[in-house]
Ligand binder design. Structure first.
Ligand SMILES: Nc1ncnc2c1ncn2[C@@H]1O[C@H](COP(=O)(O)OP(=O)(O)OP(=O)(O)O)[C@@H](O)[C@H]1O
Length: 250
């Protein structure tokens, strides 16, 4: 469903991704680990279509289509979703209204009927219960004054409502207490299906105790330097990242 070939990306003329290759099949869960500053968030942003990232070389195919030709909104309409590392606060924008508008925009794009307020309320309450998000947070402005964990749960609530085909979760587990981690993992596991793919950016193998990845990759200096199964995450937890560079040099 996603094929990234020789991707080079710069920000303000500074190369960040340097020949990244990654293939993600439909229904697969891929974990991306790697040192700080290696380009993990950059990859998530480039895939979701954030402005300011210049693709200088390479190709990204999403469901056979040239992803780089699609506007950010079109990508969302076609099922790409990003749960951000630092969810943005939107003071003055009611969370419930935001979620309803987002869902209905996606439904329109899919050729489905919009949900009216009653149906939406039923659905959002059901999903909020699933991710154990206090309903009071639905009545507040999006993420404004939310705790770190509440913001992450709100991202997972959005994901659960929008049911994306390709979910990109950028360090959704960081800053979560152990119960919240489990809830986030349940949200991701509930979304798992043969039609959906998930990319999890994480620093901690503990998330992978709850979400079993099909593949684990290490991103270093803007490219994937090692791929493997879940055991690779355990190895990284034990040994850190330097052995990969030593191994590469040997
Ligand atoms: N807007 C920007 N302007 C200049 N440099 C940037 C910008 N955004 C990111 N970078 C740089 O790009 C590199 C990769 O950043 P990125 O956030 O993708 O790394 P990461 O692997 O997600 O790191 P972390 O694990 O710390 O979250 C870093 O050196 C960062 O300073």
């Amino acid at each position: 469903m996603l094929s990234i070939k020789n991707l080079h990306v710069s920000i303000e003329d500074k190369p960040i991704l340097n020949g990244l290759n990654l293939e993600i099949g439909t229904g697969e869960v891929h974990a991306i680990m790697g040192p700080n500053g290696s380009g993990k968030s950059t990859l998530s942003y480039v895939l979701s279509g954030r402005e300011g990232y210049e693709v200088t070389e390479g190709q990204i195919l999403y469901e056979g289509e040239d992803l780089l030709e699609l506007e950010t909104e079109e990508r969302a309409h076609k099922g790409i979703f990003l749960a951000m590392q630092y969810p943005v606060e939107l003071p003055g924008v009611n969370n419930m209204v935001f979620l309803k508008e987002s869902l209905n925009a996606i439904r329109r794009a899919r050729g489905e009927e919009e949900l009216d307020s009653v149906k939406f309320m039923q659905l959002v309450k059901e999903k909020a219960k699933m991710v154990k998000l206090d309903e009071k947070l639905l009545k507040r402005s999006v993420n404004a004054g939310f705790s770190g964990g509440e913001k992450k749960r709100n991202e997972i609530l959005q994901m659960a409502l929008l049911e994306p085909k390709l979910a990109l979760l950028d360090e959704t587990d960081s800053g979560l207490d152990i119960d919240a981690l489990r809830i986030v993992a349940e949200g991701v596991n509930a979304l798992r299906s043969p039609e959906r793919s998930v990319v999890l950016v994480t620093h901690y193998q503990r998330l992978l105790d709850y979400i079993q990845p099909d593949h684990v990759h290490v991103l270093s200096e803007g490219r994937i330097v090692r791929s493997g199964g879940k055991e690779l995450a355990h190895e990284l937890e034990e040994k850190g990242y330097s052995w990969l560079k030593e191994g590469a040099a040997a």
